[in-house]
Write a protein that binds this ligand. Structure first.
Ligand SMILES: Cc1cc2nc3c(=O)[nH]c(=O)nc-3n(C[C@H](O)[C@H](O)[C@H](O)COP(=O)(O)OP(=O)(O)OC[C@H]3O[C@@H](n4cnc5c(N)ncnc54)[C@H](O)[C@@H]3O)c2cc1C
Length: 492
């Protein structure tokens, strides 16, 4: 995603990915609202929706071909909007209305897998002939930083100098470690495993979240996906593949059954190590995604957080490379993204705390469950879960400032998100603002306001300035300089 963003701004990018193929292990399955908005603003939504339709069709085909009977539809799942540590958030309780009118249900997340998203991004990277060189099966082995660049050595023996190095190389990030980023946090206390399986005796397990005094399991009959958690410390071994026996033993312990796995399709271990780099930029080395923060997968936040990092970072780094960035611009990457990462760490830690198996935790779960299933509690949980409260602390008093821009319907049947496919900022306002936008060259495009509100929208889709009076432009010039630099005719 960072590569796509940089290429869009016509920065030359080399992406090295050690794996030759996409990792097939099941991980994320669900894009939250800020992620969907970001991908929509870059024109990738149709490809994702198509991938999702293809997936649904192949799942249906597989289920129809299956010899065993189809699992009963579970009526209780129809009313499930989400979970917090397995505490169900009932859809019927969630009301996003402001109390003045009809109830407003929670939006759904987009059910797209990590692999589908990676495929869409890979296709895009390949299509960006102008900028990205993608090399799969090539590992970054070492690097050293200099005042004007970073010298890198690949495992092919090649050496080259880059102006910047972005470590988007996952939780074990060699870039983070070699560059000496601080990575404080809390130690793990669970062993989690996740797999897609065929069961000999599916009737032994209960669908959904199930707790016992040994831990918990989550069973989704439709896909054969099972997740187990044991509160017995982190896995001894994170690197060898999970065997059928290992998964089955753990599942039997937590389910207190003699369930038998006939076939293990894909399996992985995880834990709740929760750590975050104290800064995301150190000299000419930048971190994004799991390289910058690790935590347990509960709440389905990790991939979404990484895409959010990438969309926040891309245009700022491009501006820095191109030389028009205001001095503080790259520093706002850590300032804006670190608090959101810290929140995700806390959100996942709280869920692990509520998974513990002792009488005190049971009491606490009761209380949290009661609170979650009030109208306000459900709305609060779902807004946080779906990223709807995500906001940056930007200067300016308008309620839209720092928020993701509303997707305005513009003249010519275009949406604001469509205007943003080129990765520029957008100035929305009265026609006389067209000249102000033009003075920033190809960094800023102008569109006519459809609703009497003027806005300066940054390339990542967040509102940097807004006014409800099209004639009151107080603060606009400052905001434009702050985020988009000096007018182009001055800078060039
Ligand atoms: C069981 C499980 C379930 C999850 N469920 C969800 C979920 O529901 N929702 C959600 O949002 N997130 C979920 N996540 C988290 C999500 O998978 C991660 O947050 C996401 O993969 C992070 O992406 P990334 O690109 O930062 O890192 P990674 O996906 O780890 O990618 C890093 C890449 O860098 C490559 N690499 C590493 N070192 C080098 C090197 N030296 N040279 C070249 N290449 C290198 C690796 O091969 C790898 O492909 C889950 C994770 C797990 C384990």
């Amino acid at each position: 995603m960072v590569g796509c963003e940089l290429a869009l701004a016509r920065v030359r990018v080399l992406v090295v990915e050690g794996r030759t193929e996409t990792d097939p292990t099941i991980k994320a399955f669900g894009l939250h609202v800020p992620t969907v908005e970001a991908l929509d603003r870059r024109g990738m939504l149709p490809a994702l929706l198509q991938a999702q339709r293809d997936h649904a069709e192949s799942l249906l085909e597989a289920l129809t071909r299956r010899r065993s009977p189809l699992p009963d539809p579970t009526p209780r799942s129809a009313n499930v909007a989400g979970h917090f540590s397995g505490i169900t958030i009932s859809r019927s309780n969630v009301d996003f209305g402001n109390g003045s009118g009809e109830p407003e249900p929670a939006p759904d997340m987009l059910p797209v897998s990590q692999q589908m998203l990676e495929q869409v991004l890979m296709n895009r990277v390949r299509a960006e002939e102008a900028g990205v060189e993608l090399r799969r099966g090539v590992w970054l082995e070492e690097f050293s930083e200099h005042e004007t660049g970073v010298d890198i050595r690949l495992d092919t023996g090649e050496r080259m100098r880059c102006t910047w190095l972005v470590g988007a190389d996952g939780g074990h990030s060699m870039v983070r470690q070699a560059a000496g980023f601080d990575f404080p946090g809390t130690d793990p206390e669970i062993t989690g495993r996740q797999a897609v399986v065929d069961l000999e005796d599916p009737g032994e397990l209960q669908p959904g979240w199930n707790r016992s005094d040994a831990g918990l399991y989550v069973y989704t009959p439709l896909t054969g996906r099972i997740l187990t958690v044991e509160m017995n410390g982190p896995p001894q071994d994170r690197h060898t593949p999970v065997t059928l026996e290992e998964f089955q033993d753990g599942l039997r312990r937590v389910s207190k059954t003699n369930v038998t796995i006939a076939f293990l399709r894909s399996a992985t271990r995880f834990t709740d190590n929760a750590r975050q780099a104290s800064t995301y930029v150190k000299g000419r080395v930048v971190l994004a995604g799991d390289a910058a923060h690790v935590h347990s997968p509960f709440g389905g936040q990790g991939l979404n957080l990484g895409i959010g990092d990438a969309i926040n970072l891309g245009w700022k780094l491009a501006a820095t490379v191109k030389g028009w960035a205001p001095e503080h611009l790259l520093g706002t990457y850590t300032r804006e993204r670190h608090p959101i990462g810290a929140w995700v760490l806390d959100w996942t830690r709280a869920q692990i705390a509520l998974m513990r198996v002792d009488p005190r935790t049971e009491s606490l779960r009761q209380i949290v469950g009661d609170l979650v299933n009030t109208g306000d509690g459900s709305a609060y949980m779902m807004k946080r879960l779906l990223g709807l409260q995500q906001k940056y602390d930007l200067p300016g008093g308008h309620p839209l400032t720092g928020c993701s821009a509303p997707d305005l319907q513009l003249e010519g049947r275009r949406r604001l998100a469509e205007v943003m496919h080129g990765g520029q900022g957008v100035l929305v306002g009265a026609p006389r603002l067209a000249d102000a936008a033009a003075s920033h060259g190809d960094r800023l495009v102008y569109v006519k306001s459809p609703n009497g509100t003027a806005m300066l929208v940054r390339p990542d889709g967040y509102v940097a300035w807004a006014s409800d009076d099209l004639d009151d432009l107080t603060g606009l010039e400052d905001a434009t300089r702050t985020w988009l630099g000096e007018p182009a005719h001055v800078a060039r």
